[in-house]
Design a binder for this molecule. Structure first.
Ligand code: B3K
Ligand code: ZN
Length: 876
């Protein structure tokens, strides 16, 4: 594909007024008739043709105002339909008829079949696989949709908006009509038809309108949709209370399908979900599954305002809806659960997914300026960094002005397709502040690095912080400007209390937010009675890396006394990371591995501190991952050394903490029926963290076996199985447990996915053979994205020692998989390939193998645009 540039944006020549679609559904040959009313935009040349997008379509008819268009007046090329000789000013109607084969649509874009259900996915450019259309987000129109299908196999016919009516057609078929009064871009179109069960409820909006809520799932799975329904109602209420946003149709529907390329899709009034993010019950879903369902149900619902009512002008503006909506779902989960624990989880995710992206060959700005394949830009940079940038606007302006800016945005742009500049202007206008420098966060890729050092002058009672910011070079951006970084800083005195400086000079400071705007800044705090310990980036106020020489004692002080709980966790995590990075070096050079006493002390003190909530203590006990350590080391990484170093530290903590962990195992046991709420989940998390240390501190599998036997919910059961498989991969007990688990859940594909993932993450070189063998398991289905992600994806993304085998076999395996998946489902192939994005930070032997595997992919014939874009960028 060719490169699309932001600067080339032009509005369309023709304005689309109305869309009328009629589908005659058939698995092999679906007929789509699209009637499109256009008029030429004012000032556009009278000879300008209408150019519509198309992809893999068969056109069987083309009418202009009900008359056949002569062949001389149109051209059908690979991906466009061009029509000439159109009226100069009057509106006209184009009727295009196309034929599609949903059954053979393996890309899962456009109209396809999943478990005998017809379903669509149109974002970003899937609508052009249904009919010829101006398939871009700035073309907003009102849609009527008529669906005709066989009554027996598709009793349910759904589309966007409100139901108009339907009828029996007398020939075994029936039809239904839907009308969506809200103008929308084509990417929000949806159609679902099939035979599904439903869970129903209702919601009364703040202004008193009643909305019918329906969640459609496979027959028999209705009870497993109850939690999703509850999450939906809470989301609707929260958006009214916090953002003042009400729902705007008579009905809101969610459909769960089993073949889906991503998590879910916010189609107007008809969200389509990967069933993994809808279905849950205690027996089959973990606490993490419940939390994900809550977050994703909320996310898609929140898109109704941030995405649907106000949409993107072009796909470069993707973060306009995604970054903002992630921010909204983060805030929602923080209000539903523990804010501090939620923040820790967000930052862990950001650092483990987005930071490596920003530091590698796939780095791009939150608002990119060019792309080859837009599907490859649904990235953690656009989503998660985009959310962090929104959060920083709230930090810079403060709560009230942020709210004022959001209200202005909804008010000013409702019904429009807009840009990031429009979004920022709302906050500038609402606050009177200049966000010019701040907006560099949208334009400059790379994670800023702040290097800090402090010095205390006892005579003057002043504390001086010297701060320097640098933004690393990223592809296409070598020189960077200094950014506006809102850094929340606390100064802790010896007794743990917070210093209240009399004056601060050298930077704008509001409350505890230090506004850094220059490359180098010296900030002086006066009236500080003794040498303070600085606690940087409270609440992770800015998505940055921080370099500071801080002793374990100073970090321990923060961990004990910070009022900001996130900062406490951060201090312990930094301490652990230092130690783990050193341990990796020691392991690599065959030296003995030393575990810092301050680290053990800090972790165990927090673990046993009953004033802290269990979920927080569990976060403290969960050590940085091998990938986190690799990122900390940054270059010349040896995953085996990282793993053995980490293992040694883990054992040392396990040995010192045996008593505390044993006590926690008892104390955190829950009685009574399973409840998925945050407090119960926190107790399970702490109990399982303790169990994990106990199992790693023991040579025998008994403790894990007994946990496996006594588990009465999926969280505990899958944890116990993970411990057995990862600690004792070849033990008889493990083989038994794996077999028992599989037999018990044989008819539940989502649970079998966990069974695949647990085995795919067993550390060590031999897991590759295991993964290959599992691919021949009858439960594995190479055309189902969830299966492929659980086995192949999990292996490549989450098994550092297995995937990065020193002999390069892991990379060669992945290359073969990518080349096999690509012709079927390019989006899936491209996504899994990004697991190799950090290949350049590996030690030379592995890096060479990785490069060869990437070259093998790059050299293959008929690569999709998706995969070739990723592989080319990774090699350049
Ligand atoms: N907007 C969709 C993602 C579409 C991805 C297309 N490749 C889901 C979401 O972010 O809510
Ligand atoms: Zn989204």
């Amino acid at each position: 594909g060719q490169i699309i540039h932001l600067e080339d944006y032009r509005p369309t020549d023709f304005v689309l007024e109305r869309v009328d679609l009629t589908f005659e559904l058939d698995p092999k040959e679906t007929k789509v008739e699209a009637r499109l009313i256009f008029h030429r935009r004012e000032g556009v040349d009278a000879a300008a043709p209408l150019v519509l997008d198309g992809d893999e379509l068969t056109m069987t008819g083309l009418l202009l105002d009900q008359e056949e268009v002569p062949t001389a007046l149109y051209d059908v090329a690979d991906d466009t339909l061009t029509i000439r000789g159109l009226p100069e000013t009057a509106p006209f109607e184009i009727t295009v008829t196309t034929l599609l084969s949903p059954e053979t649509n393996t890309k899962l874009m456009g109209l396809y079949r999943t478990n005998n259900v017809y379903c669509t996915q149109c974002e970003a450019e899937g609508f052009r696989r249904i009919t010829y259309f101006p398939d871009r987000p700035d073309v907003l129109a009102v849609y009527t949709v008529n669906i005709i299908a066989e009554k027996a196999t598709a009793p349910l016919l759904l589309s966007n908006g409100n139901y108009l009516g339907g009828a029996d057609m007398g020939d075994g078929r029936h039809f239904a009509a839907w009308f969506d009064p809200h103008p929308k871009p084509s990417y929000l179109f949806a159609l679902v038809a099939g035979d599904l069960g439903v869970v129903e409820d209702k919601f009364t909006t703040a202004s008193g309108r009643e909305v019918a809520l329906k969640i459609y799932v496979e027959h028999g799975k209705e009870p497993r949709a109850a939690y999703a329904m509850d999450a939906l109602k809470r989301s609707m209420k929260w958006d009214e209370e916090v953002f003042g946003r009400e729902y705007d149709l008579d009905i809101f529907m969610i459909v769960a399908v089993s073949d889906f390329n991503m998590g879910a899709m916010e189609n107007k009034g008809l969200n389509v979900f990967n069933d993994k993010y809808v279905l849950a019950d205690p027996e089959t879903a973990t606490d993490t599954d419940y939390a994900n369902i809550e977050a994703i149900i909320a996310h898609e619902y929140f898109h109704n305002w941030t995405g649907n009512r106000i949409t993107c002008r072009d796909w470069f503006q993707l973060c306009l809806k995604e970054g903002l909506t992630v921010y909204r779902d983060h805030e929602f989960s923080a209000d539903m659960r523990s804010r501090a624990v939620k923040r820790i989880a967000e930052v862990r995710h950001l650092k483990s997914e987005q930071f490596p992206e920003d530091a590698g060959p796939l780095a791009h700005p939150v608002r990119p300026t060019k792309y080859r394949e837009i599907n490859n830009f649904y990235t953690t940079t656009v989503y998660e960094k985009g959310s962090e940038v929104t959060r920083m606007i709230a930090t810079v302006l403060g709560r009230d002005l942020f709210k004022k800016g959001m209200d202005l945005y909804f008010d000013r742009h409702d019904g429009q397709a807009v840009t990031i500049e429009d979004f920022i202007a709302c906050f500038e206008d609402a606050s009177g502040r200049d966000l010019g420098q701040f907006s560099l966060w949208y334009h400059q890729a790379g994670t800023p690095l702040i290097t800090a050092s402090g010095s205390y002058d006892a005579a003057k009672q002043s504390y001086t912080l010297s701060l320097e910011q640098t933004v690393p070079a990223t592809p296409g951006q070598s020189a960077k400007k200094p950014m506006h970084i809102p850094l929340r800083v606390g100064l802790l005195l010896e007794d743990g209390s917070e210093a209240k400086p009399a004056t601060v000079s050298g930077a704008d400071v509001m409350a505890d937010v230090v506004h850094l705007t220059e490359r180098r800044q010296t900030v002086v705090f006066s009236g500080v009675p003794s040498r303070p310990v600085p606690s940087f980036n409270r609440g992770f106020s800015a998505p940055i890396n921080l370099h500071i020489e801080q002793s374990a004692e100073d970090r321990a002080l923060i961990a004990r006394h910070e009022i900001d709980l996130f900062a406490r966790w951060q201090a312990l995590n930094a301490m652990a990371l230092d130690n783990l990075a050193k341990a990796a070096v020691q392991a690599r050079s065959g030296q003995p591995i030393a575990c810092d006493e301050a680290l053990i002390g800090g972790l165990l003190a927090a673990a046993g501190d009953e004033r802290l909530e269990p979920a927080f203590r569990a976060q403290v006990l969960s050590l940085p991952s091998e990938a986190d350590i690799a990122r900390e080391i940054g270059r010349d990484n040896d995953p085996d050394a990282i793993q053995s170093g980490r293992q040694a530290i883990l054992s040392a903590i396990a040995a010192s903490g045996k008593d505390i962990f044993t006590r926690l195992l008892g104390e955190m046991t829950l009685s009574g029926p399973f409840r998925p709420d945050a407090a119960s989940a926190g107790r399970r998390a702490l109990r399982n963290a303790a169990l994990s240390y106990l199992v790693y501190g023991d040579d025998r599998p008994e403790k894990a076996v007994s946990a496996f036997r006594s588990a009465n919910n999926m969280t505990d059961l899958s944890q116990a199985l993970t411990l057995l498989a990862h600690r004792f991969p070849d033990a008889e007990e493990t083989l038994d447990a794996l077999a028992t688990f599989k037999k018990r859940f044989a008819d539940n594909a989502l649970v079998i996915d966990k069974w695949f993932a647990i085995q795919a993450t067993i550390p060590g070189a031999s897991t590759l053979e295991r993964v290959k063998a599992l691919m021949s398991d009858p439960h594995f289905n190479p055309s189902n994205p969830n299966r492929v992600r659980s086995l192949v994806g999990t292996f490549a993304f989450s098994n550092p020692t297995g995937f990065n085998r020193a002999d390069g076999e892991g990379y060669r395996f992945l290359a073969r998989q990518i080349l096999e998946i690509d012709p079927r489902n390019p989006q899936l192939a491209a996504r899994i390939l990004t697991s190799m994005r950090s290949w350049r930070s590996l030690e030379q032997v592995r890096a060479n193998h990785a490069q060869e595997a990437l070259k093998e992919i790059a050299g293959a014939a008929n690569l999709s645009a998706d995969v070739s874009d990723i592989v080319d960028r990774m090699l350049s």
